[in-house]
Design a protein around this ligand. Structure first.
Ligand code: ADP
Length: 291
């Protein structure tokens, strides 16, 4: 198994505050990796370091086998980036945006024209090729960002909060694209604060193989594994107990263990059993809900 992304004891310090704090993890080639955490956890800063946009204060990062500080140009050539902000040029057409990116990456013709066409077809924007970007919907702009990020045939695609602000149908469409690219072998790292996004994209069955989820909070990686691994580690069975207006959560290794506990209680008022989910684990780890 080859390594696509490697972080070793990485810190990013702003005004004496470590916003990324001793981060270490590895992503294998072809893996889907979801970095989940609340706003301010340090996810964007991590993606900005991985994509050479800002340097780590301390620690080592390699992407595609290249050091992001000492070999940043080589690293950049092998990665595609879709940032949270819309970064396509509103005053250019769809095609012109692709053309500009292709030329910046020195992709020669006729290959450039062929690739632009191929990726616009892939994200279903070929019929919009002559439209000005400012006339596109938010979802179309996001799809154009993805097409552009793929143009120079990167090995790893980084997506920072790819579906933030999009309607449910458009989110689903983007999820399909992201999952399909991963199925084709693309290594993906995406950040999100949506539970359902990582649950869907890192699902064991949808993508053929389970993706891994890294949970980040206050700059630290506090848990890492497939959804099944996280559930096994924290408990697959949950007893919810209502006391006044508060819910107490009790984790058990299995659903059967949770049921057994419930059955042993004389007073079962306000108690229920269900399988644990990612949100339960997140709350257990951080003591907070995600917004
Ligand atoms: P997330 O993407 O998880 O929401 P960010 O990486 O954007 O988190 O931010 C993590 C923390 O770092 C926040 O508290 C943010 O205010 C701070 N931060 C991010 N960029 C800068 C910067 N350029 N200067 C100072 N503080 C920053």
């Amino acid at each position: 198994m080859t390594v696509a992304v490697h972080l070793e004891n990485v810190y990013k310090i702003y005004n004496n505050v470590p916003v990324v704090n001793d981060l270490s993890f590895t992503i294998n080639t072809g893996e889907m990796f979801g970095l989940l955490g609340p706003n301010g956890a340090g996810k964007s800063t991590t993606i900005r370091m991985l994509t050479t946009l800002t340097k780590p204060t301390q620690g080592r990062i390699d992407v595609s086998g290249y050091n992001v500080v000492s070999q940043s140009i080589l690293a950049k050539q092998h990665i595609g980036v879709v940032l949270q902000q819309i970064t396509v040029d509103d005053d250019l057409t769809v095609w012109e945006n692709m053309e500009l990116h292709g030329r910046l990456h020195h992709i020669a013709n006729p290959g450039r024209q062929r690739l632009i066409h191929q990726w616009l077809e892939y994200v279903e924007l070929a019929t919009k090729r002559n439209d000005l970007v400012k006339t596109l919907s938010g979802g179309m702009k996001r799809r154009l960002q993805i097409a552009r990020a793929l143009l120079h045939q990167p090995q790893i695609l980084f997506l920072d909060e790819p579906t933030v602000g999009l309607d449910p149908q458009t989110r689903r469409r983007l999820w399909e694209i992201i999952r399909d690219l991963n199925k084709q072998g693309m290594t993906m790292l995406l950040t999100t604060h949506y539970m359902d996004e990582v649950e869907y994209l890192c699902d064991a069955f949808g993508a053929g193989k389970p993706g891994r989820i890294g949970i980040m909070d206050s700059g630290r990686l506090i848990s890492l594994g497939t959804l099944q691994e996280l559930r096994s580690a924290h408990g697959e069975g949950l007893v919810m107990k209502q006391t006044g207006d508060r819910w107490e959560y009790l984790f058990f290794p299995t659903l059967e263990d949770a049921n057994l506990y419930l059955n042993q209680q004389n007073d079962k008022t306000g108690m229920m059993v269900r399988p644990s989910n990612l949100e339960d684990i997140f709350v257990e780890l951080t003591g907070r809900k995600l917004d």
